[in-house]
Design a protein around this ligand. Structure first.
Ligand code: HEM
Length: 426
């Protein structure tokens, strides 16, 4: 399956009508290799270590503000929507470096929530359905993004970013200076296409979805797992206590690296394996080709299941799991909370043989692999470290069965947490 993702005769495709409609024209370049290469080179710069380090103060500021609000709430805190709001804000203001006041940001987050709920639904256009609401909200959401872009860039009468502004943007290549918004504008400049502000707004929508849907689901799932598996929270808090005494109370970019907080890193890794926000990727055969004994016919569509890849990797297989039927039977459409006690094992990512082999498939492989993996780890770990240093938490849901479709949620309603203040001392 890994070979499919890196094969020259395989092209990218998104055969989910609702998601394709929400992303709109922002998907066009994904199936055109030359345009896609330009996209990857600029977006890669926007999400490389230098850029992440440059925006780290903004990331901690946004996350710290949200986390403090959760901790200050008197009763149970429902986090399904709150984690989404937080990650949309990080995507727009930190990764996208767009200056948005709080009132505007609240509107953006509310719109994003409605639009993103339409991603994986049956597109039935009837008043009251999530699809109907998403389609309507998408129009005003794009207008809002357009308005924000017009503050940052010079736009001419035809609604395009001016030639001189484009030229200016195209010059930026100083390490750490590119962000995800500038990357899209620079891509237009390099491809010599008009930077229509409506098109750029659609691309921002795509960037925001990629950066927030996945990370908010993963953060929520990790917080649920931590609440349900006591040995994990004990070890995480112990690691934070050690880092506090060695590095002081400031949560720096350096302190969040895997070498300093290996168990926190392993916990997020395990969460993306067992409680994934992305379950697979879609491809289509450009022409007939062969992998091993299997022949793929031109036009054939395929879904590469990362859930299955994780189950097949020896390091991720449960003890005693041997036949394929047992493995495929383990691909979760839901996770029973009692199984987490044995299955959720961050330790597996600390073992030497696991660390050396690329066994984590949540971020895909090849020409379309995730460009935001480091960004995702950074923000999820940062949010968790901020929480773990101040508090422990319990999950109040009576039947916390985790479901994955259309996105990560608990079967018995929104995830309700009770935070118990318990600050760690430096
Ligand atoms: C837990 C978090 C995340 C997961 C599991 C995840 C997963 C993925 C996967 C599986 C793909 C590849 C899709 C394919 O092969 O068809 C992808 C693509 C992508 N991701 Fe992520 N992602 C995460 C977070 C992020 C974040 C935070 C950002 C940006 C800040 C981001 C930016 C992107 C971009 C730009 C692409 C498109 C790459 C391309 O088309 O060449 N992702 N992601």
């Amino acid at each position: 399956m890994k070979k499919i993702m890196t094969h020259d005769d395989v092209m990218w495709e998104l055969p989910i009508p609702s998601a394709a409609k929400i992303f709109g024209s922002s998907l066009k370049s994904n199936s055109q290799p030359d345009d896609h290469a330009v996209f990857r080179s600029w977006m890669g710069l926007a999400l490389n270590q230098a850029s992440l380090k440059a925006v780290f103060p903004k990331i901690t500021h946004v996350l710290g503000h949200h986390v403090d609000q959760w901790l200050s709430e008197a009763g149970p805190v429902q986090l399904d929507e709150k984690t989404r709001f937080m990650m949309v804000e990080v995507a727009v203001s930190a990764f996208g470096r767009l200056d948005v006041n709080q009132q505007m940001m609240d509107r953006l987050c509310e719109d994003a929530l409605v639009v993103q709920k339409g991603l994986y639904v049956v597109p039935i256009y009837l008043p009251g359905t999530n699809w109907y609401k998403a389609v309507h909200k998408r129009t005003s959401y794009l207008k809002l993004l357009e308005g924000i872009l017009r503050v940052r860039f010079e736009v001419d009468a035809a609604g395009c970013i001016t030639e001189s502004n484009l030229l200016e943007a195209g010059k930026e290549k100083v390490p750490g200076s590119v962000d995800t918004t500038l990357a899209v504008v620079q891509e237009c400049y390099e491809r010599k296409v008009k930077a229509d502000v409506r098109y750029i707004a659609e691309r921002l929508l795509g960037n925001t979805v990629a950066a927030s849907e996945t990370t908010s689901s993963t953060l929520l799932a990790t917080m649920i797992a931590i609440a349900l598996v006591p040995r994990v929270v004990e070890r995480l808090r112990q690691e934070q206590a050690e880092v506090l005494s060695a590095h002081g109370s400031e949560l720096t970019y350096e302190a969040l690296q895997k070498s300093v907080m290996p168990y926190l890193d392993a916990t997020v890794r395990e969460s993306t394996r067992l409680l994934p926000s992305v379950h697979g990727v879609f491809r289509r055969a450009k022409r007939d080709f062969q992998i091993g004994d299997y022949t793929f016919k031109k036009g054939e569509k395929m879904m590469v299941s990362t859930d299955l890849l994780h189950a097949l990797d020896p390091c991720c297989m449960e003890e005693g799991m041997s036949s394929l039927s047992e493995i495929t039977g383990d691909i979760p459409l839901y996770v029973d909370p009692s199984r987490l006690l044995t299955s959720f094992q961050p330790e597996r990512w600390l073992e030497e043989n696991t660390a050396k082999v690329p066994n984590l498939h949540s971020f895909s492989f090849g020409q379309h692999s995730c460009l935001g993996m480091n960004a995702a780890f950074l923000e999820i770990k940062c949010a968790l470290a901020l929480l773990l240093r101040k508090s422990t938490w319990e999950l109040l849901n009576a039947k916390p069965e985790i479901k994955f479709l259309p996105y990560t949620h608990l079967a018995d309603g929104p995830a309700k947490f009770k935070f118990c203040p318990n600050p760690l001392k430096p």
